[in-house]
Write a protein that binds this ligand. Structure first.
Ligand code: SF4
Length: 479
């Protein structure tokens, strides 16, 4: 081993697999708490809550009355306690701490599987050994992220007890997944070797912006790095294989790409369509120069005396009693008036949906603008559906903007719109709904007011985007 002394643990492996740069940022770049807005911290906390709730449910169902190390003790003491418990043959150990001291200069291995479960069979302890059971709620994490750390715990157990165990992942609804540790050994060892280069040698894997970055505490630092380098991952929707192709073509930044013509790229891996390549190059130019533009033929309805804009927020937990907020903005000439209907129970939801439809039917001849496919699912009447117009389709197909995302928030912001609730976005909103459950009336009414304010700003942002498209594209197609 070379470089800085470090340890390896399951949590670091999980983090490395979710983003190779994160352990580097945590070790070598100072973190400013200001970089993580309160609401985004709440998203991470709510994910953690859901994970812990699943772990508690599994604990009750499968591993009640388990021994665990003394809480509050230092990790080395917890590791000693765990080793002693394994030696005396404790049937189940919850959150035991495993430690394996390597030869001088090599990283120590640490780990804390959810449960250590005693099994019959020979080991250094006697005629029993331990295997690892881990609870996995897994709403977003990849299979690799879920499996590699637990396979690592089993390799760590092998070093401690001299016997290699297999493992179980305990999933929702009582589902159990069995895994052979040997099947994952190479993946674990290669991940440890890569992680050691990051932690020990300080190798920066480099910024690779992706949707996962939105709720990462290093988002601001990595975005700043990407902007300084004019990194290709600033381009919206660029896929991994496309990035690899551009790098093969010696295109390493948006500035490099901005100087190319479509002919140099069309037909290379991942780029079959000349129209999309042209749009990609225009997007690189927009990021390079800061100028927004439209590419290709744009079809947007001509301005009318009265226009309607809709936006629907919901809790996103897909329960039948999800919270819902139906927002409508009606523009008459220069004036725009906001209306909303909010529901937090299944019964209220039906009432709010009915009011929303009635509101739309009160404007029988008007165009109804929305952003993305979500709203269309709430409009079932045929004549209403015919009046819907999805502004996102233009942004996706024709807009070259100096911004990575194509979400309404990113797009409208790049076009000069400012939200009153600057730290809220579609990823954060579910945690706001979530915070209302069981909270005081005061908190609930504060959250409702915030949701309405955010929803109204979404609608005004949508109006702003429509006006921008019209302003740069005069030849609007009549209704
Ligand atoms: S912001 Fe993105 S690239 Fe940077 S550490 Fe976080 S997840 Fe990784």
């Amino acid at each position: 081993m070379s470089g800085r002394w470090h340890t390896i643990n399951g949590w670091q492996l999980r983090e490395y697999l979710s983003c190779a740069r994160k352990p580097y940022m945590r070790t070598y770049r100072p973190f400013d708490a200001q970089d993580l807005p309160r609401e985004q911290a709440a998203v991470i906390a709510s994910d953690l809550d859901l994970g812990l709730a699943h772990e508690a449910a599994v604990g009750l169902a499968r591993h009640p009355a388990t021994a665990s190390p003394p809480s509050g003790a230092r990790l080395p003491e917890q590791a000693e306690w765990t080793l002693a418990a394994m030696r005396r043959g404790e049937p189940k150990i919850y959150q035991g701490v495993l430690r394996w001291r390597t030869s001088m200069g090599n990283p120590e291995w640490w780990g804390a599987p959810d449960w250590l479960v005693r099994k019959p069979g020979a080991s250094a302890f006697g005629n029993w050994y331990y295997s690892a059971d881990d609870a996995k709620a897994g709403r977003r994490a990849s299979r690799d992220i879920q499996i590699v750390p637990v396979a690592y715990y089993c390799l760590l157990l092998e070093k401690i007890q001299g016997t290699r165990p297999d493992f179980k992942l305990l999933r929702e609804f009582g589902r159990v997944e069995y895994h052979r540790t040997t099947d994952h050994e190479q993946r674990v060892l290669s991940t440890i070797a890569d992680l050691s280069m990051v932690l020990g040698d300080g190798r920066d894997p480099g910024t690779q912006l992706a949707s996962r970055c939105r709720n990462c505490e290093f988002n601001r630092a990595c975005t700043t790095d990407a902007e300084r380098l004019k990194h290709l991952t600033l381009l919206p929707g660029l896929r991994k294989e496309q990035l690899a192709t551009l790098e093969r073509l010696e295109i390493h930044s948006v500035s490099d790409l901005a100087r190319r013509t479509p002919d140099a790229i069309v037909g290379t891996g991942g780029f079959p369509d000349p129209g999309r390549v042209r749009l990609l190059i225009e997007r690189a130019r927009a990021i390079d120069t800061g100028d927004a533009r439209l590419v290709g033929r744009v079809e947007i309805p001509a301005p009318e005396k009265v226009e309607v804009f809709i936006d629907i927020e919901n809790e996103g937990l897909t329960n039948h009693d999800d919270g819902f907020l139906f927002g409508v903005l009606v523009r008459r000439g220069k004036r725009a008036t906001y209306w909303s209907s909010l529901a937090t129970t299944a019964r209220e939801q039906r009432r709010a949906a009915r009011e929303f439809r009635q509101k739309l039917l009160a404007f029988p001849d008007c165009r109804v603008f929305h952003y993305g496919p979500h709203e269309r699912g709430f409009v079932t009447e045929h004549d209403l559906q015919a009046r819907l117009f999805d502004v996102y389709s233009i942004v996706r197909e024709n807009a070259a903007l100096p911004v990575k995302g194509t979400g309404l928030k990113d797009v409208a912001k790049a076009l000069g719109f400012r939200w009153r609730e600057a730290n809220l976005d579609g990823r954060v909103i579910p945690s706001l709904w979530y915070s209302m459950s069981g909270a005081s009336k005061r908190h609930q009414s504060r959250v409702r007011a915030r949701l309405r304010r955010y929803n109204e700003d979404d609608l005004r942002a949508l109006l702003h985007v429509v006006d921008w498209i019209r302003s740069v594209w005069q030849a609007a197609v009549p209704k």
